[in-house]
Design a binder for this molecule. Structure first.
Ligand SMILES: Nc1ncnc2c1ncn2[C@@H]1O[C@H](COP(=O)(O)OP(=O)(O)OP(=O)(O)O)[C@@H](O)[C@H]1O
Length: 246
């Protein structure tokens, strides 16, 4: 069964002459436990799809369902127990004056957990940081460590679906693989479902089962990773993208 089903999604910003149609008629589904990639050039609408799913892009039409239930205009609190997002830039996504303990503790509190201490310790272990990072502030962490905290925060409500918006592109090349391996391990251990945006085909080839290629707001092709590895795309633009990635 589909974890996420997106059907004829249109997303726009602004009005009249200022209107930008960022996503046009996007249709795809992400199976339970699947890792699905969205690739394409800058401005093709990849992040906007994630933002529409989480309610950060309010102007949309079409149909989206999560676990078979329609996603409406307002997201109830339970929605964010199932769906969490990890942003590209952990420098921007963590409050500079909140310690790691506050970041995780407040998220757990918000989601109604009582055994907060135990869970904070467990989350830090799960993302490979450990307790010594618990009372540090973002400026005392490296980029990779900050992204681990952001991943721990996303895992706190025990979600089923993680929306990953270029989760390694703001990091040093040397730590990108560590974070990708962490995400792959977490998916294996917890049976998570991923919807992952990347402009890097090698990242998607490593992390995803299937991918959608986007251009100018439209999905031009959906490929499985075997077809990606075999350079077996049908659409001209996907072919160009594959060739450019060599
Ligand atoms: N808040 C906004 N207001 C107006 N236009 C926006 C807004 N957010 C995105 N857009 C426009 O929507 C289009 C799609 O942007 P989006 O960020 O989804 O692309 P992307 O494929 O994720 O690119 P990138 O890899 O650079 O993040 C672009 O033309 C962008 O300028």
């Amino acid at each position: 069964m589909s974890m996420l089903d997106v059907n004829g999604l249109n997303v726009w910003f602004g009005k009249n002459r200022d209107r930008v149609d960022a996503v046009k008629g996007a249709t795809f589904d992400v199976g339970q436990g699947e890792s699905f990639g969205l690739v394409g050039e800058s401005g093709s609408g990849k992040s906007t799809i994630l933002r529409a799913i989480t309610g950060l892009a309010p102007n949309w039409s079409g149909a989206m369902t999560l676990d078979g239930k329609p996603i409406g205009k307002k997201r109830p609190k339970e929605f964010f127990k199932t769906v969490q997002m990890v942003f590209q830039d952990p420098y921007a996504s963590l409050h500079p004056r909140h310690s790691v303990d506050q970041v995780l503790g407040e998220t757990l509190h918000l989601h109604g957990f009582k055994d907060i201490d135990t869970r904070v310790v467990k989350l830090l272990d799960d993302v490979g940081l450990g307790q010594k990072f618990r009372f540090r502030y973002p400026h005392q962490l490296s980029g990779g460590q900050r992204q681990r905290v952001a991943i721990a925060r996303a895992l706190a409500p025990e979600p089923e679906l993680l929306l990953l918006d270029e989760p390694t592109s703001a990091l040093d090349v040397s730590v990108q693989a560590e974070i990708l391996n962490l995400l792959a391990d977490l998916r294996n251990d917890r049976g998570l479902t991923y919807l992952m945006v990347s402009h890097d085909l090698s990242v998607v080839g490593h992390m995803c089962d299937r991918l959608a290629v986007m251009k100018d707001g439209e999905i031009v092709e959906i490929l499985d990773v075997a077809a990606l590895r075999a350079m077996n795309a049908t659409h001209t633009y996907s072919k160009q993208l594959l060739e450019a990635s060599l």
